[in-house]
Every structure is written in C-alpha cells, then in structure tokens.
Design a protein around this ligand. Structure first.
Ligand code: FE2
Length: 367
C-alpha cells in the first residue's frame, strides 16, 4: 500500500547515467567485464546530434553511458572536471510533475522542469533536481509509455555477442562522498526535500584505521527501495580515502554503486575471470571469520580465494566485495553484495577493508 504521507513515492532506481570520455569503449568494458547487455543506442545516426548514449542492462540494473560529440557544453565540462563519473541517479516515479513540485517546494534546485518526451511507444514525463556536487536526480514517469526505454533510443537489432552476464540483479545502494562537514547538510536534504529517513549510521569509531577515518549516514526512502549512504571525511593521521576521492573527482559525487547477486561466489568468479580487479584483505581476516559470523553456507576457502567479506548482525548475514576504481582517477568503484537476511552495510568489515584501500592509496602516493 502506498503511504499517503510520503510526498515522494518512488518505485525504485530507474537508471544511472554516466558521463564518460568515450562511451563506445566504456560500453565495451561494462559488457565484457561486468556482463551488461547493450539494449539501445541514441546518437548522430538516430537523430541526436550533440551526444551518443548507450543503454546497458542486466536484470533490473540499467546504465546509460553518454559522451559529448563536441568539446564545449555541459557534458564535456563534466568529463573534463570529474573524469568519467555518475551524472544522474534517475528515480522511477508515478508522477514526475508532483515529484518536481514537492521537492522544489521544499528547497530543491530544479534542473529540468517537467517535460514530455514522445515517440511511437507513448509518452514519458521527466523532470530533474540537483543533488550533491554536479550530480542530479531525474524523476521518470513511465505509466503512459510502452517503448523500450526513453524516446530517442533505438533498439539494437544485433544480438550482443560481447556481453557475458554474471548474475547481477539490482542496485542495492549507491554511496556519495561529500566534503568536510557536509554530511548533515545532505542528510537534511534527503530528509526534508526528498522525504527519506535515517536508516543506519556509522561514526569514526566504527570506521577508522590507524591512519584515517570517515563518517557515514544511510538515508532510505519510504519503501526502502532506494538507499543512499552519505560519507564525509573525518580527522585522521593521514589523508582518508574520501579526501582522495574529493581531490580527484574535484568535489562531491558518487563513490560506489552496490549491485546485488543471489550467488556471490559464482558472480565474483566470473567477474574476476572477465578482468575486474577487486580489493584484497589479508589471510588473517579469514582465520577467525567463523568466530565472528557463526556458521555460513559458503565454503570459507572459496571466500578467501576470491577475497569476499562476511558480516553478521541480529537478522542474518551478508557477503560483500569491492572492486578497485574503474577509472584511472581513484574515484568510482563498485560493490558486489549478497544479502542473507542482514540489512547491514558490512560494519564489521570496515577496518579490514579500509586498510586494504589504504594500501592502494599508498601505492598511488596519496596516503
Ligand atoms: Fe556499500
């Protein structure tokens, strides 16, 4: 039942749009390595002059990779400043006009007034508001549309011979890094402007190593389908991974996207064979794993071999692993997650994980 007090009802994440320097090649990477399938295209050949966009999908996950055709304009500017990164976390709504009205009334900055896009599949209504940094949230209304994705996108008639699916199902959460002292500003934005609530939080006692610390609050929408953890750096002896991100992304932005699977051992084995690089934790992590987590279904040897982490709470357990950044700049990376009852974000793994990230940071000369 929809909650009548929820002024921004969301059906879930609609798509994530990345602005990249070369969408054709990026699409090849997401297909061959992450197993996304090329579903549709829009560009000069289909009547869009200023950009090319590739729609990739795997189960419920949809990524759009967009590249500018010319050196000026907002897409080129985004790529110049940030490198490849997430521009738009688009949310699926039943009423894009109401979503725009309710959020801008509460202080959101509008970046796209409600607009109707049309083709033979019907009508899409779309609007957008600004979020942290140069990131935006589009609101996509699909109830009068039966087409493939969005007007302008053309289905590819060739089967995708490059895609090697790995069993990724849906986006579990998407994490932002914001600047010093900005976490509560953005917590307030998601609470007051978008009607989210605080779902979990971690402070620098939960998330600190010998060198650095961070603080994190997880915001969730009314039906829990959309979860946005927000990180900010905390004072430590050396530069935190959040500061490194902010230095290279040139401001706040999406730090990682967590994608869920029903079989993490199989998914991560395939991803590794397809060239995805993961963070590693030391052998000692696995020595006392069972003591911390109790009995689990997966063989510990397989988890250690792949570097998969486990955490347990009152409700169950969860398995997770993080990729290295997927661009040359140490910015966006991905998490693969499998939940077995637990709704946590892997608090018990933070220390081992951040020490692993710091080893990588030191190699880059940024610790
Ligand atoms: Fe995460």
């Amino acid at each position: 039942m929809p909650d009548p007090t929820d002024f921004l009802p969301l059906n879930g994440t609609d798509y994530v749009e990345f602005y990249v320097g070369n969408a054709k090649q990026a699409a090849h990477f997401y297909r061959s390595a992450f197993g996304m399938e090329m579903l549709a295209y829009r560009g000069p050949e289909t009547g869009t002059r200023d950009r090319s966009s590739y729609l990739l999908g795997q189960n419920k996950i949809r990524f759009v990779l967009t590249t500018p055709m010319q050196p000026d304009g907002p897409i080129a500017e985004h790529v110049r400043k940030h490198g490849d990164g997430v521009r738009d976390i688009a949310l699926w709504v039943d009423d894009a006009e109401a979503a725009y009205r309710e959020t801008t009334k509460r202080g959101a900055k509008g970046v796209r007034v409600p607009e109707v896009l049309q083709d033979e599949g019907g009508q899409i209504k779309i609007s957008a508001i600004a979020a942290y940094g140069d990131t935006i949230h589009s609101f996509v209304e699909r109830r009068n549309y039966t087409g493939l994705f969005l007007p302008g996108f053309v289905k590819l008639d060739q089967p995708d011979r490059v895609s090697r699916p790995v069993g990724l199902k849906y986006i579990d959460h998407m994490v932002s890094n914001v600047g010093w002292g900005q976490m509560d500003t953005w917590v307030a934005f998601y609470r007051d402007v978008m009607g989210f609530r605080l779902y979990q939080h971690f402070d620098d006692k939960d998330i600190s190593t010998e060198y650095s610390a961070l603080m994190s609050k997880v915001m969730a929408n009314g039906n829990d389908r959309v979860k946005f953890p927000i990180n900010e750096p905390a004072e430590g002896r050396r530069k935190s991974q959040i500061e490194e991100y902010l230095d290279f992304y040139k401001g706040p932005g999406v730090q990682h996207i967590a994608m869920a699977t029903d079989n993490i051992v199989e998914t991560v084995s395939k991803l590794r064979n397809q060239g995805i690089e993961f963070l590693r934790v030391p052998h000692t992590y696995y020595q006392d794993l069972i003591k911390r987590t109790g009995k689990i279904d997966e063989p510990i040897e397989a988890l250690e071999e792949l570097g998969i982490l486990v955490d347990r709470d009152e409700e169950g357990y969860m398995l997770q692993i993080f990729t290295k950044p997927v661009e040359d700049r140490p910015t966006l990376f991905f998490e693969i997650i499998q939940r077995k009852g637990s709704r946590s974000f892997g608090k018990g793994n933070f220390k081992a994980l951040f020490e692993s990230i710091e080893r990588e940071q030191a190699l880059r000369g940024n610790l």
